[in-house]
Design a protein around this ligand. Structure first.
Ligand code: B1M
Length: 215
């Protein structure tokens, strides 16, 4: 049953059919499918496929945009349920999150933020195309324990290094840690730029942040 539903979810994102993905998200909730499973096993594989087809010139930017919209419609339905199911009620730490300057990819970053929020962290999401100085200012304003910097493009990931450098220049580390993620990032990249951690996915990001704040 779930497998069939996951296959339909994947297809709705590939088709860029937001009405279908929204209906499937509702059906998943009605059938007791865990929202995170719906995202990870259903909708995300659709986007992964679309990205692969885009890379080989079989799909184009408008296709990718429609697919992203379909994914976001589904997440908007699943997110409140995940938040309502969250068990942690006290604040484990404060996180400032954003996507680097020049980069407007937000779906993965939003999932990271949502998982952190549902795990008990106070999350301040600065959005996309975030100037390095804004990360610094927001960390100071909110007394952040962690700053999470997402990048999806090989051309923008250098912005993660800039953020690390800005935090060092402002004397904010090691009190505030800078972690990085996103498709082109890796543990090797994180070590190279002197970041305090890297996670490949949203669940790993929660584990990493928990470990860094000792929660
Ligand atoms: Co773009 N795009 N895109 N895109 N896009 C990629 C990234 C690409 C790999 C597609 C491809 O060619 N195969 C390619 C990058 C190539 C490269 O740099 N090597 C690409 C390109 C080229 C572009 C444009 C340049 C296209 C153009 O204009 N010609 C353009 C750039 C715009 C810009 O940013 N300046 C562009 C635009 C877009 C859309 C706007 C259409 C749309 C984004 C919509 C939106 O976010 N609102 C889009 C999409 C949807 C994609 C793909 C298909 C899917 C990305 C996604 O949301 N994945 C993507 C292909 C792909 O990645 N397979 C692609 C699902 C999401 C759940 O995964 O974001 O990886 P992800 O997040 C994961 C982990 O990475 C991790 O956890 C998340 C959840 O598990 N993670 C973190 C992410 N951030 C983290 C932070 C952390 C920790 C973990 O700590 C801080």
């Amino acid at each position: 049953m779930s497998e069939e539903l996951f296959a339909q979810m994947r297809q709705s994102v590939i088709d860029g059919d937001a009405a279908a993905s929204a209906a499937l998200a509702e059906r998943a909730l009605a059938n007791g499918v865990p929202p995170l499973d719906a995202i990870d096993k259903g909708f995300v594989p659709g986007l992964t496929y679309v990205g692969e087809q885009f890379a080989i010139g079989e799909l184009f930017l408008p296709d990718m945009m429609l697919s992203a919209r379909a994914m976001q419609r589904a997440v908007a339905i699943l997110e409140p349920v995940m938040k309502a199911e969250a068990t942690e009620r006290h604040v484990l730490g404060r996180v400032v999150l954003g996507t680097v300057k020049g980069d407007i990819h937000e779906i993965g970053k939003n999932l990271v933020g949502m998982m952190l929020a549902t795990s008990g962290f106070e999350v301040h999401d600065l959005g996309v195309n975030v100037d390095p100085d804004r990360f610094v200012a927001a960390a100071q304003e909110h007394g952040a324990d962690i700053v999470g910097v997402s990048a999806l493009l090989t051309t923008t990931m250098a912005g993660q290094r800039t953020v690390v450098e800005k935090f060092d220049a402002a004397g904010l580390r090691p009190k505030c840690r800078v972690i990085v993620g996103g498709a082109p990032a890796s543990a090797t990249w994180a070590a190279e730029i002197g970041a305090d951690g890297y996670s490949e996915d949203a669940i790993g990001a929660v584990a990493l942040v928990r470990q860094l704040v000792g929660a």
